[in-house]
Design a binder for this molecule. Structure first.
Ligand SMILES: [Zn+2]
Length: 216
């Protein structure tokens, strides 16, 4: 069986917001205004924009992605976190315990959130059908290799996320996208190392740096 090509999409900085926080910024009983659908079913870009502020800087005009979430979550690249002066904490979406906060500003209104700023861990959305074809499990971490001009790249620690609500696509942030150079239609394939078994990639990196060379 040939490798399945996975489209790679770049997530620019954005925010998922709770209804409560949205109303604090935009007014009571206000709703998100739909602009367009995103690749994952049910997710959409909203018209409203927010300014994100940290101790060292701000980003204006940050996109809000709907629908409302239970908790507000700001997704930045590592470069972004340095620019506004908040620690860069890499997390899966939804896992925001012990993450830094920031200020959210919309017009005259301002709100301080005490957590929710993450650098999203790179991941692949797929359906259970895709997962069977690729023999992958939910939350498994894989390698993805991509080709772009003369800068082929292997991403490690790519988390597999499986749901019938998903459509096959790998999400990277702007730093990661810049690493493989622009391509109109980037794709990657899952690379099976260690006989396709899951392996702690951080440990593998440590081993190689220590001169231990495991057969892959
Ligand atoms: Zn995603």
């Amino acid at each position: 069986m040939g490798s399945i090509k996975i489209p790679i999409e770049t997530s620019a900085r954005h925010i998922h917001i709770s209804r409560e926080d949205f109303e604090k910024l935009f007014g009571e009983r206000k709703e998100l205004t739909f602009v367009k659908e995103l690749s994952q079913p049910g997710q959409y870009l909203a018209k409203e924009r927010i300014t994100i502020a940290g101790p060292r800087g701000t980003f204006e005009n940050v996109a809000i992605l709907g629908p409302f979430r239970k908790e507000t979550q700001v997704e930045l690249s590592l470069t972004d976190t340095r620019k506004i002066g908040v620690p860069g904490v890499i997390r899966q979406s939804g896992d925001i315990a012990d993450t830094p906060g920031c200020r959210l500003i919309a017009g005259e209104n301002e709100l301080e959130i005490d957590r929710g700023v993450i650098v999203a861990k790179r991941h692949i959305h797929m359906t259970p059908g895709d997962a069977v074809k690729m023999r992958l499990k939910d939350n498994e971490e894989v390698f993805v290799i991509t080709q772009s001009f003369d800068r082929a790249l292997i991403y490690a620690n790519v988390v597999v996320r499986i749901s019938w609500d998903y459509q096959l696509s790998m999400h990277v942030d702007t730093d990661e996208a810049n690493a493989f150079a622009g391509d109109d239609n980037p794709h990657g394939v899952v690379l099976k190392l260690f006989g396709g078994d899951a392996y702690d990639l951080g440990k593998w990196a440590d081993e190689l740096l220590e001169g231990i060379n495991r057969t892959i």
